[in-house]
Design a protein around this ligand. Structure first.
Ligand code: SF4
Length: 347
């Protein structure tokens, strides 16, 4: 399978088979990237239009019962200053987000026994909705009843990243994580959330957990195709490891991150692609024409926007692109990309 054949297949706008996406990722190189980026940009314009939505994370707690070795929130990190926000503090954070002009709010935290934060998650979702923001839900151990209740309140986006689609690597990494040690269970959660009322499902891989990014690309295409077939709108995120306490896990080269996004756009032209503020600004600028969900204005410690403390002691990882939502909007305007409130595509 040569590159010209894969380009031709992608340019038809009908996407690529997962094995072709893997082949494309493996064959793309620095010389080919600009041409591939042009194809990906045209596909985005044709199938999604010149539109993007902004999102940001609202961490309600940095306490966690899991022990992921690449994460500062790991229960084994005794240095981290732990904090769970109360509803009033969450409201202040949500108001600060509203003021910044970002409309999609990922409610997120470390993982706790469900009973410890269920009510707070539900109340936070109601609160975020009442402020005219869109709550996106990213918690990994919620029961069916809670998921249903959240969708009945009006939450429409459920996110859960598999992190790695290699079951063996997953098993090794998560053997000590109480709520994360079942690969198949986690894989099924997106479709279950769809069945329980969430029309939009976010999936993703954490780049840097393993070297074979092509395998992650192939698997994520298969996962996305499955979710699309059952009727879900799908968004895909490929955040790269940042600030891992365990040095075995390293950030991939920015060229590989760029290749991964371009490959996904060519393979899945009408699926939403999300780009995190953890990536560098120059890489993000090159990828803005390819993606359609853009992280901005984030902080990774609970209360980081409104409380006064040393964020380095309580954050999950440092963000790289620290440009404000207004600056990002003006960069997008220069690219003739219109910012809209809620854009998730997938079918
Ligand atoms: S990645 Fe998530 S589950 Fe794992 S330690 Fe960090 S916050 Fe906890």
């Amino acid at each position: 399978m040569n590159l010209d054949y894969l380009y031709e297949r992608a340019e038809s706008g009908n996407g690529l088979e997962p094995y072709e996406a893997r082949e494309l990722f493996d064959r793309l190189n620095r010389i080919e990237l600009p041409y591939a980026r042009e194809i990906a940009t045209t596909l985005r314009e044709d199938q999604i239009g010149d539109k993007a939505s902004l999102y940001t994370c609202l961490y309600i707690s940095n306490e966690c019962a899991n022990a992921c070795p690449y994460c500062s929130y790991s229960s084994s990190n005794k240095e981290l200053e732990r904090r769970t926000l109360n509803l009033e503090q969450i409201e202040e954070e949500a108001k600060a987000i509203k003021k910044s002009g970002v409309s999609n709010v990922i409610l997120i935290s470390g993982t706790l026994p469900e009973g410890k934060y269920r009510d707070l998650i539900i109340d936070s979702t109601k609160l975020v909705k009442s402020l005219g923001l869109n709550p996106w839900i990213e918690f990994e151990n919620l029961s069916k009843g809670t998921i249903r209740e959240l969708s009945q309140i009006g939450a429409e986006h459920f996110l859960l990243f598999q992190e790695t689609y290699d079951p063996e690597i997953y098993r090794k990494i998560h053997s000590k994580s109480r709520y994360k040690n079942n690969f198949s269970r986690r894989l099924a959660r997106g479709s279950e959330a769809y069945m329980d009322g969430f029309p939009n499902i976010g999936i993703g891989a954490l780049l840097g957990l393993q070297e074979d990014i092509g395998l992650e690309i192939k698997s994520i295409c298969e996962h996305a195709n499955f979710l699309k077939e059952i009727g879900a709108n799908v968004s895909i995120s490929l955040p790269s490891i940042k600030g891992s306490p365990d040095r075995r896990f390293r950030r991939p080269k920015s060229e590989d991150i760029e290749k991964a996004y371009i490959t996904l756009r060519m393979a899945l032209p009408n699926v939403s692609l999300a780009l995190s503020g953890r990536e560098a600004s120059n890489l993000r600028d090159r990828l803005f024409p390819v993606v359609d969900l853009i992280g901005t204005g984030g902080v990774t410690s609970p209360g980081g926007r409104t409380l006064n403390f040393d964020q380095k002691k309580s954050q999950q990882f440092p963000l790289t692109d620290r440009r404000s939502p207004n600056v990002i909007k003006s960069v997008l305007k220069d690219l003739e990309i219109e910012v809209v409130d809620d854009l998730v595509r997938g079918n």
